[in-house]
Ligand binder design. Structure first.
Ligand code: CP
Ligand code: NVA
Length: 314
């Protein structure tokens, strides 16, 4: 498959991509990393291009890694806080998309409501890339499966166990991409925090084709047994402050600690998209322990986003 046919495409949800396309992007990320360490830090395939990065929520990793990725590809990236744009004073998303399309070659956006990304994508003439919404975080999942491929040497047939908030945006992207890649995804979560039904449907449909197993359980020990990776994310995502107490109460039995990692077995790596709330969803000894690969995950955001930009931007 040639990656050239992905030029100009949006990356709003991984459901719009085939398993083969997802794998090719991941492999391109690994190639970017190989070249980085071979001394080829700058690969100026996007010389002269400009990228607007609109953020409606805070960010450390996504913001910095996209900015550095653009720079290393020869492009110019602009950080635009939502409230500093006229968007914050009521200009419509559609008009903003039309105007930005006349200046820049791609729009990277982090938004509160996923529908805002869809609206941007509908009205922009340039690729719109999801930098996190309340529904999904595709760049994170691409980077994470890149990390797993790098460390485990394969993806198909691996088992990733997510323990925590079943309605989490990162989990949603891990579910869809995992099912398409043939990775078994098990989710341990309270009954009241189930994944979004649209996501679950898409993942189950994809899993039927690849043979991946999708399991939702309330028992963290059932989920992690024999898993290749144990993954968690914050219990209270950005924008959920109003339900913080309730979520902390519900998720108390879902902390990833050394006892749970032991139950998973020595083959299991520990993963977290970060930022971590140490002592809440994960204990210090796990995130700082020998099974943790969280810093590799964070680094790989840079390499995968170089691949994403190089592939999608015209
Ligand atoms: N994992 C991640 O997207 O982190 P930031 O919120 O810091 O971008
Ligand atoms: N689920 C988290 C992910 C942060 C990268 C949040 O949305 O805050």
């Amino acid at each position: 498959m040639t990656l050239y046919r992905l030029k100009g495409r949006d990356l709003v949800c991984l459901d719009e991509y085939s398993g083969d396309e997802i794998l090719q992007i991941i492999k391109a990320g690994l190639e970017m990393k190989r070249r980085h360490y071979a001394g080829e830090r700058v690969i100026p395939v996007l010389r002269g291009r400009s990228i607007a990065m609109i953020f409606e929520k805070p960010s450390t990793r996504t913001r910095v890694s996209f900015d550095v990725a653009a720079h290393q590809l020869g492009a110019h990236a602009m950080y635009l806080g939502w409230r500093e744009l006229q968007l914050g004073r009521g200009e419509t998303i559609a008009d903003t998309a039309r105007v930005l399309s006349r200046y820049v070659d791609a729009i990277v956006a982090r938004v509160r409501e996923h529908e805002k990304l869809e609206e941007l994508a509908r009205h922009a003439d340039v690729p719109v890339i999801n930098a996190l919404s309340d529904l999904s975080h595709p760049c994170q999942a691409l980077g994470d499966y890149m990390t797993l491929l790098e460390i485990k040497g394969r993806l198909r047939g691996l088992t990733l166990a997510f323990v925590g908030d079943g309605s989490d945006n990162v989990l949603h992207s891990l579910l869809v991409a995992g099912a398409k890649l043939g990775v078994n995804v098990r989710v341990a979560t309270p009954r009241s925090l189930q994944p979004d039904p649209r996501i679950l449907r898409a993942a189950r449909e994809a899993a039927r084709e690849t043979g991946a197993e999708i399991l939702i359980t309330e028992d963290p020990y059932e989920a992690v047994r024999g898993a290749d990776a144990v993954y968690t994310d914050v219990w209270v995502s950005m924008g959920q402050e109003a339900v913080a107490e309730e979520k902390r109460r519900l998720l108390e039995p879902y902390r990833v600690d050394s006892k749970l990692m032991q139950a998973a077995g020595s083959r299991a790596v520990f993963m977290h998209c970060l930022p971590a709330h140490r002592g809440e969803e994960v204990t210090d000894d796990v995130i700082d322990g020998p099974q943790s690969i969280v810093w590799d995950q964070a680094e790989n955001r840079l390499h995968i986003q170089k691949a994403i930009l190089a592939i999608l931007v015209r």
